[in-house]
Design a protein around this ligand. Sequence first.
Ligand code: ATP
Ligand code: F6P
Length: 339
Amino acid sequence: MKNIQRVGMLTSGGDAPGMNAAIRAIVLALDSSVEVIGYKHGYNGLINSESIRLTQSDVDNIIHLGGTIIKSARCKEMRTSAGIKQAVSTLIKDKVDALVVIGGDGSFNGLLAIQEHWAGQVIGLPGTIDNDLDGTDNTIGFSSAINTAIQAVDKIRDTADAFDRVFIIELMGRHSGHIAFHVGLASGAEAILSFENTDTEHPEQVIDSLAKQVKQYQNSCNNSFLICVAENLWPGGVTQLRDQLNRYDFIDASACILGHIQRGGAPSANDRILATKLGVAAVEALKGGMSGFMIGERYAKPILVPLLDAIKHTKMVPDHLIQAHKNIKAINPTKIDNL
Ligand SMILES: Nc1ncnc2c1ncn2[C@@H]1O[C@H](COP(=O)(O)OP(=O)(O)OP(=O)(O)O)[C@@H](O)[C@H]1O
Ligand SMILES: O=P(O)(O)OC[C@H]1O[C@](O)(CO)[C@@H](O)[C@@H]1O
């Protein structure tokens, strides 16, 4: 059993609902004799030596809070060798034995850079709404983000329905389609455009196919038509897509970028439970002397994933979800006559 006396912790990258629940779980799972230092504003806190002591009573009642009590940030300096050295020197000065970083793939790159220059233990917890880390079925924040987005999309559905309108909704995800696809499925969107199922090399064909689907929809039921689109997918964004669709005289499309509301709010039950499970498992891993791992979740159980494997960017929207949506909603454009 490793004798750990001081643990450093930080949250980095886009904040995610459930980060506080993870902080809480780690602090409460550690022996009360272990000192926990929370570095503030992501890696900036390490570089600028800005930290707070986190006691068990500090974190006892934060499981339900969105955001992160130790703040997050994107820290440019951490991408330089001077920044990394400065971060390491703070860890040495503070006599930290282990560092836990809650964040996404970028944050894990920072952790790997620290590991190269520091003898302490490093552990990552997957904290990002994007669900784009390999080796884990879910990331902390994903479930909350899709729940929040679904509520918003349901409201858009009401007004879209009233006007029989086409609505194009952009979901977050940076370069991954997990949020867009899950929200599209759960809100019954008529079309979902994600990296896995959309040929953006040939935008005109996609537009033509969408227009045909809308036409067919109008002919058969004359209702609203929702299109969920992954952020950074469509050349020119969703407003451009709207303009392209509005060239068809039978289409009256609006666009809505859901944006940062997807990152806010209280964490869902799933995220609170996931964060707690993974936080406790992180402490077990530290006590067992492990280093260089992300604590992920597979089939509802915590697992250790080498940090390098977690950041490979190979986790795509599963094919069975794409097929499920096709089977339920999509109208095969080849069966529709040219407009
Ligand atoms: N290659 C790298 N080397 C060192 N540090 C890095 C590197 N990449 C990212 N970081 C650090 O991690 C921070 C967070 O990274 P990034 O902005 O990519 O978010 P993330 O952790 O991927 O989370 P999310 O995708 O949810 O926003 C960066 O601002 C930077 O401080
Ligand atoms: O808040 P920022 O820095 O604009 O970052 C937005 C990005 O962060 C995320 O919310 C989380 O990675 C992405 O989905 C989005 O692209």
